[in-house]
Ligand binder design. Structure first.
Ligand code: FES
Length: 79
């Protein structure tokens, strides 16, 4: 299975299978993504993945051409 290397805001780096749940992937890295509705509407779980904002509760770890993804908490949260 394809894997990507993810750099987390807490400084950890993990290898995760593409298609994994973001919240599970973060938990495995000891990082908690804030959540709210868990349905894609509130925006509490927004993270920036290589600079692109995604909602972690409704998306999965994508493939990356470089094999690496850099995750930041969204700098422009809804609230
Ligand atoms: S938890 Fe509300 S959009 Fe993800």
């Amino acid at each position: 299975m394809k894997q990507v290397q993810i750099r987390w805001p807490n400084g950890k780096t993990t290898r995760i299978a593409c298609g994994s749940d973001w919240l599970d992937a973060a938990r495995a890295a000891g990082f908690a993504i804030p959540t709210g509705c868990m349905g894609g509407s509130c925006g509490a779980c927004e993270i920036d993945v290589n600079g692109q904002t995604v909602r972690a509760c409704i998306t999965t770890v994508p493939t990356s051409r470089s094999g690496e993804l850099s995750v930041e908490l969204s700098s422009d949260p809804y609230w």
